[in-house]
Design a protein around this ligand. Structure first.
Ligand code: UN1
Length: 500
C-alpha cells in the first residue's frame, strides 16, 4: 500500500500531510456503506437537507481564512484567489440551501378528463465524485452540495495533491450535519479509483459519476460508465480562445489576458489558451502584453504576485513537455527564461526563493498557426499562445478547430461582431469583454466536444445531473381511459374562410 504525501508547492520541505492511499477494496466497502445510508437521507424532507447545506455554508464562511490559507499552502494559488475559491463554496451553499424548499416538479394537464399528470425529481442514488487539484474546494462543492441536497450519498475522491483541503472540507460538511456515511472522502490513486469504480458500477453501488480532470481520463470514465448505461458528469479540458477585434478596449484586454492566461499559474480549465489578435493590432498589442507579463511579479503566493507555484512537480513536468512543442517559427516572450525558475535560470523580480518550490517562468508563444501542435494542446500552465486572424469568420474557425469547447472570450464594441461570434462558437461558456476564467457559481458551467459530454454544473442546471425525472399519471375517472385513443375531440370546420 503506497502513501500519499502532500507537499507545499511553494516550499517542498513543508510536508502538509502523509496518509495511506485507499485501496480499491476500501473504496468498494465505502460505496456499500454510502449506498446503504442513502435511502434514509433521501427520505428526509428536502427543506431539512437544505438547512444542513445552510449550516455547511455558514461553517465555511466562519472558516474562510483558514481554509483559504490551506488552499494556498497545499495547492499554491495566490491567497486572494484562494479566498475567492472558498467564497465560491459559500455561494454554492447559498444557492442550494433554498433549492431544498423548491426542487420544483410540474403539474401538467392531461389530454383526458379526471386525470392528472405530475413530474417529480428523484435522487439518482449514490454518487462517486472525482475532482482535480486546481480547485480543491470550489469545484468539489459544485458536485457535493447539489448531490447531497437532492438526496444522494457521495463518495469523494479528491486529487492526490490536495488531501488536506479535502479532509478539512469534509470535516466541515460533517460538522454541518451531513451523516458520516452520506459523504465519505477517500484519498486514493487514479488506478485504484478506476478499478473500484468499475466494480461499484457492476455491483450497482454507484449510480452517477462526476469527474473534473483531463480529457484523456474523462474519455475512459465516459466509456466505462457508458457500459453500465450511465452518463457521467464530465468537466474536462479546454483550449480557451480570446478573440480581440480592432475596436476593442485594449487596456481591458491587457488586464483580461493577464489574469486569464497567468492567474492560478494558468492551471484553470478556463485559463486562456490562445490569444487571437486581429492582424491590425497584432504587433503593437503583442509588444504591450509581453512587456506587462515580463514585468509581473511571480513567486510567494501569500504575497502580492500574479501567480505562485505549479500545483506539484507533476504539473511542472507537463509544462516542460509543452515547452518542447515550441517550434522555430514561434517567438517566445514574457520572461527572462523559460521552464523552471532556478538560480541559474532566474526570473527578474522573483518574490521569495524559487528553488524552495515548483515555480516556472510565464511564457508567451507568439506566431501560432492552426497546424501547430500547441494549437490543439491544453497546456495547463503559465503558457499562452498568440496568433492572428483577419475576419470574425476566421476567428470562429480558429476558436472551434481544435475540438475543445469549454470557455471563450471576445473583446469588441460592435454588437454585430459579438452576436456573430456567439452564434458560431462551439464553447459552452462565452465572455464578452471579460476573462475566459472566473465564471460565477450559478450559471451553467461545462463544455462540449473534447471539453465535456454536454453535462452542466452549477445553478438549477446541475439538478439534472443528480436527479431523474419521474412522471406520474393519476386517473381518477374510475374507468380505463386510453391515451391517444379516448381523447376529447372538438367539432370544427376546417373549410371555413372569411368572405372577401
Ligand atoms: C476549473 O478550473 O476546473 O470559471 C474550474 C473559473 C472558476 C472555476 C474553474 N470559477 O475560472
Amino acid at each position: 500500500m503506497s502513501n500519499i504525501v502532500s507537499k507545499n508547492p511553494s516550499n517542498l520541505s513543508d510536508v502538509i500531510v502523509e496518509l495511506p492511499a485507499a485501496t480499491s477494496d476500501e473504496i468498494v466497502a465505502a460505496a456499500k456503506r454510502a449506498k446503504a445510508a442513502q435511502k434514509a437521507w433521501a427520505a428526509m424532507p428536502a427543506p431539512a437537507r437544505g438547512r444542513v447545506i445552510a449550516n455547511v455554508g455558514r461553517l465555511v464562511e466562519a472558516n474562510k481564512e483558514s481554509l483559504a490559507k490551506l488552499v494556498t499552502r497545499e495547492m499554491g494559488k495566490v491567497y486572494a484567489e484562494a479566498l475567492g475559491e472558498v467564497q465560491e463554496v459559500i455561494d454554492t451553499c447559498d444557492f442550494f440551501l433554498g433549492e431544498g424548499r423548491r426542487m420544483y416538479g410540474q403539474t401538467v394537464p392531461s389530454e383526458m378528463p379526471n386525470k392528472n399528470l405530475f413530474t417529480f425529481r428523484m435522487p439518482v442514488g449514490s454518487t462517486l465524485i472525482i475532482t482535480a487539484g486546481n480547485f480543491p474546494a470550489a469545484v468539489p462543492s459544485w458536485y457535493i452540495v447539489p448531490a447531497l441536497l437532492t438526496g444522494n450519498s457521495v463518495i469523494w475522491k479528491p486529487a492526490e495533491f490536495t488531501p488536506a483541503v479535502a479532509n478539512a472540507l469534509t470535516a466541515i460538511f460533517h460538522a454541518g450535519g451531513v451523516p458520516k456515511d452520506i459523504l465519505i472522502t477517500l484519498v486514493a490513486e487514479g488506478a485504484a479509483t478506476f478499478e473500484a469504480m468499475d466494480k461499484c458500477l457492476s455491483l450497482g453501488l454507484i449510480n452517477k459519476v462526476g469527474f473534473t480532470g483531463s480529457t484523456e481520463v474523462g474519455r475512459k470514465i465516459g466509456a466505462k460508465t457508458g457500459e453500465y448505461i450511465q452518463s457521467a458528469c464530465l468537466e474536462l479540458g479546454g483550449k480557451n480562445p480570446m478573440v480581440v477585434m480592432p475596436d476593442a478596449n485594449l487596456d481591458l484586454v491587457l488586464e483580461g489576458a493577464l489574469f486569464a492566461g497567468f492567474g492560478t499559474a494558468g492551471q484553470r480549465c478556463t485559463s486562456l489558451g490562445t490569444l487571437w489578435l486581429h492582424e491590425s493590432i497584432y504587433d503593437a498589442f503583442l509588444a504591450r502584453y509581453a512587456e506587462t507579463v515580463a514585468n509581473a511579479k511571480v513567486g510567494d503566493p501569500m504575497k502580492d504576485v500574479l501567480f505562485g507555484p505549479m500545483i506539484s512537480e507533476k504539473y511542472l513536468e507537463n509544462h516542460l513537455k509543452n515547452l518542447s512543442m515550441i517550434q522555430k517559427h514561434h517567438t517566445v516572450l514574457g520572461s527572462t527564461g523559460v521552464g523552471r525558475i532556478t538560480k541559474e535560470n532566474p526570473r527578474a523580480g522573483f518574490v521569495g526563493d524559487p528553488e524552495a518550490g515548483v515555480f516556472v517562468h510565464p511564457t508567451i508563444v507568439a506566431g501560432l498557426t492552426k497546424d501547430d501542435e500547441l494549437y490543439a494542446t491544453e497546456t495547463f500552465g503559465p503558457l499562452v499562445t498568440v496568433g492572428k486572424f483577419k475576419t470574425i469568420e476566421e476567428a470562429i474557425e480558429l476558436s472551434n478547430g481544435h475540438g475543445y469547447g469549454l470557455s471563450c472570450a471576445i473583446y469588441s464594441s460592435d454588437p454585430k461582431t459579438i452576436w456573430t461570434y456567439r452564434e458560431g462558437v462551439s464553447a459552452g461558456m462565452m465572455s464578452v469583454n471579460n476573462s475566459t476564467s472566473g465564471a460565477e457559481a450559478h450559471l451553467p458551467f461545462g463544455g462540449n466536444g473534447k471539453s465535456g459530454n454536454g453535462s452542466r454544473q452549477s445553478g438549477v442546471w446541475v439538478l439534472d445531473q443528480f436527479t431523474r425525472w419521474q412522471s406520474l399519471n393519476w386517473d381518477w375517472s374510475g374507468k380505463l381511459q386510453k391515451a391517444q385513443m379516448d381523447t376529447v375531440e372538438v367539432a370544427h370546420n376546417p373549410n371555413f374562410r372569411i368572405a372577401e
